[in-house]
Ligand binder design. Structure first.
Ligand SMILES: CC(C)(COP(=O)(O)OP(=O)(O)OC[C@H]1O[C@@H](n2cnc3c(N)ncnc32)[C@H](O)[C@@H]1O)[C@@H](O)C(=O)NCCC(=O)NCCS
Ligand SMILES: Nc1ncnc2c1ncn2[C@@H]1O[C@H](COP(=O)(O)OP(=O)(O)OP(=O)(O)O)[C@@H](O)[C@H]1O
Length: 193
């Protein structure tokens, strides 16, 4: 978009996107988080609030998650309310940002075509056993529930193949920095940033 460089960060659920973006934020980069925008949409002053309440008779994310993670048509309905809102907020953020480089953290970057906003993309991946393990631990889910949530997204192997860059987060946290720096170096190789 314009003279700015926009990089989309994706991966599977609990693959480590936020861990990567925390590093970028700590180092002064501009990062927009789709999950955070979605969470704002559940607040009363957002234009989505009334619509969500009408459809789900609730604005409690945990309750709605219990429904939409098991019902594809309800999930599509919720996405049809939220994705255009998230897209618009991201587009506005890119336009207004004073940074030359903007990162978008979007779990459904390819599924929901947010990659249209991006010049380049990064997929944060890990092996499925570790993904299940980390998701169970972080969100207090059973193994079956974790597998169900993973299955709702495009297979990580496919996202990996679609992305410009990949980051392997199967190992230790300390292994991430070198991979991130290598990508930043490549993004900046023509010295324009
Ligand atoms: C389902 C909801 C209510 C769950 O809220 P909750 O606070 O419990 O979880 P949170 O928002 O932090 O999401 C956690 C992770 O779940 C996964 N996830 C969320 N929504 C979806 C979805 N529609 N399809 C597949 N995976 C999803 C993502 O990997 C996300 O990072 C909420 O995520 C939501 O409204 N989702 C629909 C909007 C959406 O598609 N968001 C994804 C980013 S655009
Ligand atoms: N290399 C690692 N070693 C051990 N634990 C890790 C590592 N990277 C991330 N984690 C942990 O795994 C969990 C998932 O990571 P994170 O929240 O960054 O994933 P995410 O891709 O942003 O997830 P979501 O799509 O659900 O928002 C977190 O609890 C995080 O602390």
């Amino acid at each position: 978009m314009g003279s700015k460089t926009v990089i989309g960060i994706t991966g599977g659920i609990a693959s480590g996107k936020s861990t990567v973006t925390n590093y970028l934020i700590t180092h002064g980069y501009d990062v927009v988080d789709a999950d955070e925008i979605v969470h704002h949409a559940y607040e009363k002053e957002s234009g989505c609030y009334k619509l969500i309440q009408e459809v789900f008779h609730s604005v409690n994310r945990h309750e709605i998650g219990q429904i939409v993670f098991h019902d594809a048509s309800k999930r599509q309905l919720l996405e049809s309310i939220l994705h255009p809102y998230v897209y618009q907020v991201m587009e506005d953020h890119i336009t207004k940002s004073s940074h030359q480089l903007v990162f978008l953290d979007v779990p459904l970057l390819f599924e929901a075509h947010f990659d249209k906003l991006c010049d380049k993309t990064i997929c944060v991946y890990l092996d499925e056993d570790r993904q299940i393990e980390r998701l169970m631990k972080r969100d207090h889910l059973s193994s079956d529930e974790a597998k169900n949530r993973i299955a709702l997204q495009m297979p990580l192997a496919k996202k990996k193949a679609m992305a410009t860059y990949t980051i392997d987060n199967s190992g230790y946290l300390e292994d991430l920095e070198g991979q991130i720096l290598k990508i930043l170096e490549d993004v900046n190789k023509d010295g324009t940033l």
